[in-house]
Design a protein around this ligand. Sequence first.
Ligand SMILES: Nc1ncnc2c1ncn2[C@@H]1O[C@H](COP(=O)(O)OP(=O)(O)OP(=O)(O)O)[C@@H](O)[C@H]1O
Ligand SMILES: [Mg+2]
Length: 472
Amino acid sequence: MMMMGDTFGTIGSSLASLFFIWATVQQIFPNHFKIAIKEFLLSSFHQLGFAQRVSDYFTNIFSPYVDINFPESDEYRFNHAFSAIETYLESKATNKSKHLKGSQVKENKDLVLKRDEAKIRDEYKGANVWWEFVTASDQERSFKLTFHHRARSLITDSYVPYVVEEGKLIKAKKQQTRLVTNNPSSQWGVFSQNMWRSIEFEHPASFETLAMDPEKKEEIMSDLTAFTNGKDYYKKIGKAWKRGYLLYGPPGTGKSTMISAMANFLNYNIYDLELTAIKNNSELRKLLTATSSKSIVVIEDIDCSVDLTRNRNKKERNSLERNGEQDKDESSVTLSGLLNFIDGIWSACGQERIVVFTTNHLENLDPALIRRGRMDMHIELSYCTYEAFKILAKNYLDLNDHDDDPLFKKIKSLLKETKISPADVAENLMTRNHKIDVDGSLNSLIKALEEKKSSQSQHDEDKKKNKFRLFG
Ligand SMILES: Nc1ncnc2c1ncn2[C@@H]1O[C@H](COP(=O)(O)OP(=O)(O)OP(=O)(O)O)[C@@H](O)[C@H]1O
Ligand SMILES: [Mg+2]
C-alpha cells in the first residue's frame, strides 16, 4: 500500500511540473493564453462582455504579465512614440525574421526588405518583452508591449525611453536630407506656412572626395562630430547647442561643396537662406525660428548682400557696439538684425543647429560678424595645393601614390608657383566620354597650369610697372 506521504509527494511533484509547464508556456506565449481562454469561453458562452470578464479574471490570476499600449494617435494628435517604435521594430534583425516584406517606394531607390510579423520578441538587460501590432475595429492602430511584472520598472523607466530614442535616431539617420529654400514673403500663408520650400538633397559630395589639406579636413570632421555628440556638453556649459563656420576663399575652391559634404556627413538638412528675398529683420526672424533642429543654415556670399554692406558704416558699427540696439530701419535686413538673431533668439529656440557663412572676400566683412563666438571656426578654402591635387587625381583618374610619376612631379612644381582653383583642376582632369585617359588629362592640366603661370607673371609685371609709374 502506498504511504500517505508518497501520495502527497506525487501530487506535489505533479503540481510542481504543471506549474512549471504553465509558467514556461506563458513565458513563450504570453498572449496566446489569454486569446485561447477567450476563444474557449466565447465558443461556450457566445457573450463577449462576459467572456472578456471571465478571461481577464483568469489571466489576472495566472498571468504575471503587464501590457502597455502605444496608439498611433492620442486625442486626435499624432503619437510620435508610435512611429519611433515602428522604426525601431522594423530595424530589428531582418535577417533573423521568417516573414519579410519587400518594397520599393521610389523607382530610383533600392528595394527595401522589412520584417513583416505582427509579433516581435525583444530582449533588454535579460528581460523578455513582446511587441504586437494591433489594429482595432475602429481601424485605430497601436503597438502593444507585454512584459513580466517583475521587469516593470526596468521596462517603463529604461526600455521604453530607449526604444523611442533609438527609433528616432534610426529615423534621423535614414531620413533623406533636404535642401530647403525660403519663399518670398508674398507667398507665405496667413499662419506663416509656405515660408520654406524643399526638395530632396542628393548631392554626392563627401569629405573623402573634397580636395583640401588632409589634416585640416580631419580637424573639421572631428569638430563636426564633437558638435553632434555634444548635447550634454553644451548643456553642462550652459551654451546653446549651435556652431558657426565661416568658409572663405576664392571662387571654385570648394566652399559650397564643403557645405554639401557637411550635410551628408551629419545627415542634416540644409536651409539655404536667400537674403535678397527677405524684406526686413522681422521676416528674417520668422524664417529662422521656423527652421528645424539638425540643420545647417547657410548664407552664401554674405558680403554680396546689398543691405548688409549698407550697414558697414561707422554709425551702424557704433550702434552694434552698443550691444545690438534695435534697428531703426525696419524695411530691410540689416547686419545687426542678423547678429541679434544669432546671439539672441537663436540661442533660445531650437537645438543642434549649424550656421555657415561663405565669402570670397574675408577682408570685406564687418569684424562684428566674424568675431569668435559668432563664427566658431574660420575655414580657408585655398587655391589647389599638391595635396589637394592628389585627392582630385584619385577621384577623377583613380590614381593612387603616383608621387614618382614625372607628370605628377611637374604638376607639383607648377602648383607651387601658380594659383589655380580646385574647380579648374577638376575641369582638366574630367574624363572625356567617361573614358579615363590619364596622360591626356594630366597633360591638359599641365598646359592649363603653364598658361595660368605665364598670365599671372604678366599680370604681376604690369602691376609692378603701374606702381613704378605712381611713385616715379
Ligand atoms: N576643394 C574641392 N574639392 C573637390 N572638388 C572641388 C573643390 N573645389 C571645387 N571643386 C569642384 O568645383 C566645383 C565648384 O566648386 P564650389 O561650387 O564648391 O566652389 P565655391 O568655393 O563655392 O565657389 P564660389 O565662391 O564661386 O561659390 C564643384 O562642383 C567641384 O566639382
Ligand atoms: Mg559657392
